[in-house]
Design a protein around this ligand. Structure first.
Ligand code: ZN
Ligand code: ZN
Length: 405
């Protein structure tokens, strides 16, 4: 169970306590007393992880080879069946003027009708590139994903998104001297242009213009990544696995590693998320025939990015209640940790290590009594890396292979 961005640094106004130290967390503390504690560097000491690279590392994959960019994980996260070698992008639906200037990168924060617009984009066949499959799907709001499938493609291309309003779309450029990068850049430039031709008079957009809303009349790809060849988690460890996550990014990691995605109604990834539904989903999944569940709860990270101390403390306390309800599940190993620190003072991820508890049958219980960044450092696990977790877990489960005779 990964509480996204939960760890923090000491904060003056909390008497130099961290939000986790300050929050009332009786259930986490009970877990700490029953388990073995430590601190963990999700990737390596001092490396500032993304949520994606941290999760990849914690699941025992090397993020330096598996992580090619955010695109593939976002694409898998919206439910697209991506294949190794596909090139995936994150996209915005945006508004462009007749003069070719981006006037709203988020197309009036469009919510409805993006599925119909996506269908139209999926029908595009580009002149001279008829062999390339264009697979496009809307995500939440103005976000979408694009997958290019075919021979001779590359992810070494720049973005079309200019990142600021008031500029024309950027011309996509190859980032190396290969033919495949040149070809992919050409395809993207054509596709961006074609999306405008196709969408400027799309019924959804005519309706939006009539209502005084910005039309979603162009797509702007960015964040290219080649879909990696990832050995399935289930085969790697011999564990039937499920993923309960809120954000497309973490769902994408679950999907690309071959886990079953468990959808939870009302899971928003924010501090307003439906924690009772998440709790119920965890209990149901744990009681079915899965051997391993990856759980990610995102709200503490959001509060950290917003620099909202109050909300971060409150959200940690709410997560503690979730743990209070699932701690009665018997005969399982429960790992509680974070994927990185998102300190209130920094409002972004930092490379500080995070606390971790492993509880379950036959663990060597230590003397740690509360769950926090500082007290966990006195525990029996000492300081480990994210990439150690699956080894430690499968060893405890007596499911790891012996190295040597
Ligand atoms: Zn994270
Ligand atoms: Zn974050």
């Amino acid at each position: 169970m990964i509480i996204d961005g939960m760890a923090d640094r000491p904060i003056n106004e909390l008497g130099n306590k961290t939000p986790l130290e300050f929050a009332k967390t009786p259930n986490m503390n009970e877990l700490a007393r029953k388990g073995i504690n430590g601190i963990m560097d999700p990737i390596k000491p001092g490396i500032r992880p993304g949520s994606d690279t941290a999760h990849i590392s914690i699941l025992g994959y090397d993020p330096y080879t598996v992580y090619t960019g955010r695109g593939p994980f976002e694409a898998a996260g919206v439910g697209l069946d991506v294949h190794a070698g596909d090139i995936a992008f994150r996209c915005n639906f945006s508004t462009v003027s007749d003069e070719g200037i981006i006037t709203d990168r988020r197309a009036g924060r469009i919510r409805d009708g993006t599925d119909k617009i996506s269908q139209s984009i999926n029908s595009i066949k580009l002149n001279g590139f008829e062999d390339i499959n264009i697979i496009f799907k809307e995500s939440t709001g103005h976000r979408a994903v694009l997958v290019l499938r075919g021979e001779g493609l590359s992810d070494k291309v720049s973005a079309a998104d200019p990142k600021h309003d008031g500029k024309p779309p950027k011309k996509v450029k190859p980032l190396d001297n290969t033919k495949s990068a040149a070809k992919t850049a050409e395809i993207l430039n054509k596709l961006v242009e074609e999306s405008y031709n196709l969408l400027k008079e799309h019924p959804i957009n005519l309706e939006r213009i009539k209502n005084g809303e910005n039309p979603a009349n162009i797509i702007l790809p960015r964040g290219a990544g080649a879909v990696p060849d990832v050995p399935p988690f289930n085969e790697k460890y011999g564990l039937k696995s499920a993923c309960i996550a809120e954000t497309g990014l973490i769902k994408g990691i679950g999907k690309l590693t071959g886990m079953d995605l468990i959808d939870v109604e009302g899971a928003t990834g924010g501090i307003d998320t439906n924690l009772p539904n998440i709790t119920e989903s965890i209990i149901d999944t744990a009681q079915s025939d899965y051997d391993f569940i990856l759980i990610n709860i995102d709200g503490a990270d959001e509060a950290g990015h917003d620099g909202n101390l109050d909300e971060k403390v409150k959200f940690i306390e709410k997560v503690d209640e979730v743990i209070g309800k699932i701690k009665e599940l018997n005969n399982l190993y429960f790992i509680l940790t974070a994927d990185h620190s998102t300190p209130i003072s920094v409002m972004d991820h930092t490379g500080d290590p995070v606390p971790i508890i492993i509880s379950g049958p036959e663990v060597r219980v230590d003397d740690v009594e509360i769950f926090s960044e500082r007290s966990a450092a006195h525990g029996g696990l000492c300081r480990i890396r994210g990439s150690d977790i699956m080894n430690i877990l499968t060893d405890l489960m007596n499911k790891s292979e012996k190295f040597g005779a």
